[in-house]
Write a protein that binds this ligand. Sequence first.
Ligand code: AMP
Ligand code: MG
Length: 487
Amino acid sequence: MTAAFTPPSSGLLFDNSYRRDLPGAYLELSPDAAPAPQIVVLNRALAGQLGLDADVLAANPGWFAGGSLPKGAEPIALAYAGHQFGGFSPQLGDGRAHLLGEFLGPDGRRWDLQLKGSGRTPFSRGGDGKAALGPMLREYLISEAMAALGVPTTRSLAVTLTGEDVWREAGRLPGAVVARIAASHIRVGTFQFFAQRGEIDKLRALTEYSIARHDPDLVGTEGRELAFFDRVVDRQARLIAQWMGLGFIHGVMNTDNMALSGETIDYGPCAFMEGYAPGTVFSSIDRQGRYAYANQPLILGWNLARLAESLVPLLPGEREAIIDALNVRLGSIAGQFRAAWLDVMRAKLGLEGAAKDDGALVDDLLAAMNGADWTLTFRRLADAVAGETGSLRPLFTDFAAMEAWLPRWRARLAPDAAAQMRAANPLVIPRNHKVEEALDAADRGDLAPFHALLAQITDPFRDGADREAYALPAPSDFGDYVTFCGT
Ligand code: AMP
Ligand code: MG
């Protein structure tokens, strides 16, 4: 007699293909057991979309902070290399993260479930493998804001207090773990890991695996490695174009933080620009401005060149022809980005179709902005469709250049421009001072500001007078914003 199959009541139906198919790409090990796991925030809406039973998840806090594991989980720490601020580290890897496994959603899509802040691994080097509550709530906030803004991103399922404190520069802080969901955790740095070790069979296996997981229509086709590269370029060009449209600054675009799925990954020192200034940098360690706002499209090309190099040993034919084929592709990335970015900007500006002077129209707007708040300028431009500039004007110290630009823009508007613009330009983004206020309160045990902010930023396009406090930039006494990573 065979027992009838009963799916787990949580809905977490594990099928751990990375572990099965890619030996050598990870280490098997368990997360640390949290002494007193307590869920701080559980993403019930996301759980529902993924076919998970939120009540069962809520009843099992140990799953999200180590200690106990859901049935079918087989935790591993992933190996990867990466260029960090341009310098190559042959071995990085998950130094404080455990991939519990992959589960299949109701539509058959495959999701990684990973814990971050869950303890040391052989990849930890000097780190403690832990995380403080603030940075994990920060990842939750920003990734959920990005999802609501329509940007491909890893998602946050839960943040769980471990019941253990961690030591940071700021002193003793509550320890926590974020449980995140991703289409995969395969990075440019994963390819670099095998390429630099000359492990060509493993590199090939990783490539075939990645194609099957992210571009299954390419499986078994001739020339699939280059076709896969093209897909990655396309996803990343569109992703960075979306970031630029929102004023999002990732802050640490190392090759180990660029996912082949095209999702935004690794919310460390990221933040949203307020006043438009192309050189904006928030991260305390980015002293040269390598990952400044306006450099992100250049880093896109730089990182993809590192991926291209990693693929060389897999490509058939003469080495010179391979290099030529890759160089042609690398040479077109800037143009691909610009096209994707123009699409984003046309939607933001409510333009009708596409015209050849749109690039100049956008460039001239940026020149006229002169430090005006990025988010509110676009949002309030929607008011200006019908000639009402009263809400826009106060954002500018000098409105003369805008005054000259507006008629050119109006000549290009789509019939329903204002509505289109209010759907493309958020009113509320995670404002830096609001994020800090919420995280400070959470450190003191008060989660009300966190939940209030979360409700606002996961509903970014709605108008409402009640939202003013969340829509405005930081008051001047907030000062220059500085962010930190790896905390
Ligand atoms: P990130 O800057 O978050 O992309 O991390 C870069 C590398 O540092 C990764 O290999 C992380 O696993 C590792 N790392 C960051 N913070 C810690 C920590 N507290 N303990 C151990 N490893 C860490
Ligand atoms: Mg990382």
